[in-house]
Design a binder for this molecule. Sequence first.
Ligand code: PBG
Length: 326
Amino acid sequence: MTFPQQRLRRFRRTPALRELVAETRLGIHDLVAPLFVRESVTEPVPIASLPGVVQHSRESLRREVSELAELGIRAVILFGVPEHKDAEGSGAWDPEGIVQLAIQDIRADVGNDFVVMADLCVDEYTSHGHCGVLDGQGSVDNDRTLELYARVAVAQANAGADVVAPSGMMDGQVAAIRSALDSVDATGVAILAYAAKYASGLYGPFRDAVDVEIADGGNRQGYQQDWRNSREAIAEIRADIDEGADAVMIKPALSYLDIISAASEIVDVPVAAYHVSGEYAMVHAAAERGWLDLDAVAREQITAIKRAGADMVVTYFARHLGEAFA
Ligand code: PBG
């Protein structure tokens, strides 16, 4: 009897052989760096639960973007941390709001060499921390919230965003935003829809990053998806594309590789995935204890997201990976 000696191992024998047959290659152009910019600070403020990530000042954000550009990273998604919050989140569409100013700064510095995306939501700006305006019963009023999103989209487009990324999970948000953009002739501004977004426990550190606490111990289960379900993710993705989404995002990433995989098979638009704050923080926390190797796990996780079918990955590891690839 002959043994199947090394039958599957031959192309694993040397790095050169492995490189030759690698199916998935993670590159600098696959990465989108999420960045936070905070109003009224002059120095960056560290975020305890997101090691290595900060709330930038306007100036430090400009430096960060130029350093990322030097590493070859070509895309960022911006989140604002306003000084004042109110019931509607008006800072989100104020032309002088922190994200609008930051978009203009980046545009002035890097022109069209860089893709500037803006998260489009109001939760960072509302006093109650929800992704929309509340009705009398304390739940988010879908249709009144769409009017607010339309205003935010116009403000972000006027500031110079290439891509707006609605993350609030209101029904009809993509259609409302597309028509608002078109009505001000911002027809070239693309919509990256957070199409399948789950009510995940993995957003914890992000809420520290943007100083959000949901009022009355509330949560987002009334509008974000239930993680027991996959079919509704497909319905969400189809609805967003029908409404005019130019690309769709799945979020979080690692617990939802099945959704990423299914999405990449059924859509004909780019698929993005968001490796979220909790996913990043877990790797850091374990690495700090010496329980795993941060670099190895970062590469493995972000590559796995691409292998599942994502064309681009939003990740707090963008800078780390950019430095590692350089
Ligand atoms: C909503 C938004 C959230 C994240 C991105 N956009 C928070 C939420 O939905 O609760 C989370 C991102 C992360 O955890 O890294 N504006």
